[in-house]
Each structure stands twice: as structure tokens, then as C-alpha cells.
Design a protein around this ligand. Structure first.
Ligand SMILES: [Zn+2]
Length: 123
């Protein structure tokens, strides 16, 4: 991070918002295992009547998680759309594997943004 320049206020607000989402999500209980157990209890009407003990942190998370996850998915799709490879042109000795560059940031493909996304969502 460049510490010589004061941080752009818009960038700072965005970073703070993302950190808040990260903290709130981290504090909430994971539903991965309970969801697997509950799945076997789905009734004929297609749902499971549940009694759950939810902490304040869980409620904080649940109250905003749908909207935040939709925003993250939208962000991911927009970044994916921006950062995609294109033939860099020029002369290469390996015609089967031409040099590709990101059409947005011009780094050699795969660009750092795409790599960060791929690492965040491993296959
Ligand atoms: Zn890029």
C-alpha cells in the first residue's frame, strides 16, 4: 500500500464497508453442517419447520446477508467482465500459445485481479 498519498475518501469508505461485512460474516454461525442435517427433514410442503437459537451476531449477519451476497456476486461478475484476456498482438515464436493481456489493466494474462478472484473462489 502506498502510504505517501492520503487515501481517497471513496476508496476508504468502500474498504471500511467491505471490512464490516467481513467482520459481521465471520462472527455469524456457519449453517453449512446444520443445513445438511436439516435437508433430510424437508417435509412434503417443501420446507423444514425449525427452532433455532440465534445470537445477536447471527441476526446481524442474517438481516443483511442476502443483499450483501447479491452485491458481491454482482461485483464479481462486473470484475470478471472487465478483466478478460485478449490477444496482445505482436510477434511470438509460439503461435499455439499467443501472448495474452488483460483488456482492462493490460497485465499479462491471467492478470492480478483475475488471479485474486480465482484464489477467492477456488474450483
Ligand atoms: Zn485485469
Amino acid at each position: 500500500m502506498n502510504t505517501e498519498l492520503p487515501e481517497d475518501p471513496q476508496r476508504r469508505r468502500l474498504r471500511e464497508r467491505l471490512e464490516l461485512i467481513q467482520i459481521r460474516t465471520d462472527k455469524a454461525t456457519s449453517w453449512q453442517e446444520p443445513a445438511q442435517t436439516l435437508r433430510s427433514l424437508v417435509n412434503r410442503a417443501g420446507y423444514v419447520p425449525v427452532k433455532a437459537r440465534l445470537s445477536v451476531e447471527d441476526l446481524d449477519f442474517l438481516s443483511t446477508s442476502r443483499e450483501e451476497l447479491l452485491s458481491f456476486a454482482e461485483l464479481g461478475l462486473r470484475l470478471l467482465d472487465l478483466h478478460q484476456p485478449r490477444d496482445a498482438g505482436g510477434i511470438t515464436s509460439d503461435t499455439a500459445h499467443p501472448i495474452l493481456r488483460c483488456r482492462s489493466c493490460m497485465w499479462r494474462w491471467p492478470c492480478p485481479t483475475f488471479r485474486a478472484m480465482a484464489e477467492a473462489f477456488p474450483a
